[in-house]
Write a protein that binds this ligand. Structure first.
Ligand SMILES: Cc1cc2nc3c(=O)[nH]c(=O)nc-3n(C[C@H](O)[C@H](O)[C@H](O)COP(=O)(O)OP(=O)(O)OC[C@H]3O[C@@H](n4cnc5c(N)ncnc54)[C@H](O)[C@@H]3O)c2cc1C
Length: 287
């Protein structure tokens, strides 16, 4: 289908974009890679009167190290993430996850900012960012604030972004040296959103888990941190009983929708399987 009519704006600074979004009100939306918003507009599920394109703003794209953190500009594409040696070496789970998003065509245009700001429970980056303890930089008419990814998601397509605010970068603390990681995603076919997915970052010493974080994608109306499941594996060698306990604890917080990807029971079941696989693969990679 063809989208409805809209006005197109191309600001060159964050301040100008923010002013436009505040002045034009709720009928205005930022446009990044357009690979979530434009399909929604074509289906008339979104009918913004104004699109404020962020492509013309310099400085919103790029990956840099700031002390113990990696800062990724909002307009950095998923392809940029995959091409980055810094990401491959310092944050290999981000490389692994980006590679599981859609297909190369989508990844050439889709941005990290659009992926995390969208609020779609099917997006892969939000649960990963929560697992990594990332924060989002939001710039708007009243100033700048840093919001932890874990506090950003409030419901499906409902986030902490206020009118006029733009997510300008994502800041990710470097995981401990020798950490193990895995992003396990079950999808119906290449290029599909997750039926269920789990992110795990852990550290081990003497064969036992010392620290662990587990995130869940598309298993609720918002991304989840499976805190009790992560707690259940600490101090263990990830024996079979512990893995089962972790899967059960994670399943207890899952509330996926029944949709074309399967009924609720199936999606919770495979959600548990993703948690177990991610824990096992992460442990195998931990130094
Ligand atoms: C066929 C197909 C398959 C896909 N499969 C997957 C998948 O498996 N996993 C996955 O994670 N994604 C998937 N996607 C979505 C893709 O990754 C999108 O590119 C991404 O979700 C949105 O990024 P974008 O840059 O395209 O944002 P846009 O579509 O431009 O924007 C998305 C939303 O975020 C808002 N927004 C964008 N940038 C900002 C910002 N900086 N600050 C504030 N608000 C902002 C927009 O107003 C809009 O509401 C798929 C898309 C397609 C078309």
């Amino acid at each position: 289908m063809i989208p409805g009519q809209f006005n197109y704006h191309r600001p060159t600074t964050v301040g100008e974009a923010s002013r436009l979004l505040s002045t034009l009100g709720t009928e205005a939306r930022p446009l990044a890679g357009g690979h979530s918003l434009i399909p929604m507009m074509k289906l008339r599920l979104a009918t913004p009167e104004h699109l404020v394109d962020l492509q013309g703003i310099e400085g919103l794209r790029g990956i840099r190290r700031e002390g113990g953190r990696i800062v990724v500009g909002a307009m950095t594409t998923q392809h940029d993430l995959l091409a980055s040696n810094e990401i491959a070496q310092s944050l290999p789970i981000l490389h692994e996850t980006a590679l599981l998003i859609a297909d190369p065509q989508v990844r050439y245009r889709g941005t990290i900012g659009g992926n995390v700001a969208n609020g779609d429970p099917g997006n892969d980056m939000p649960a990963l960012m929560m697992t990594l303890g990332a924060t989002y930089r939001l710039e708007g008419p009243t100033g700048t604030r840093e919001v932890p990814a874990a506090d950003f998601y409030q419901g499906a397509y409902f986030t902490a972004l206020e009118q006029g605010e733009i997510l300008t970068s994502v800041s990710i603390p470097l995981p401990a040296a020798g950490h193990g990681y895995a992003y396990e995603k079950l999808k119906r076919k290449v290029g599909d959103y997750a039926t269920a997915a789990a992110a795990v970052v852990l550290t081990m010493a003497g064969g036992k888990v010392v620290s662990c974080a587990i995130g869940l994608t598309n298993l609720s109306e918002k991304p989840l941190l499976a805190t009790e499941a992560a707690q259940a594996v600490i101090g263990t060698s990830l024996d079979e009983a512990t893995l089962k306990k972790a899967a059960t604890a994670a399943q207890a917080i899952m509330s996926p929708a029944a949709d074309a990807r399967g009924p609720v029971e199936y999606r919770k079941h495979v959600g548990g399987v993703m948690v177990v696989r991610a824990l096992q693969r992460a442990a195998g990679r931990a130094a």
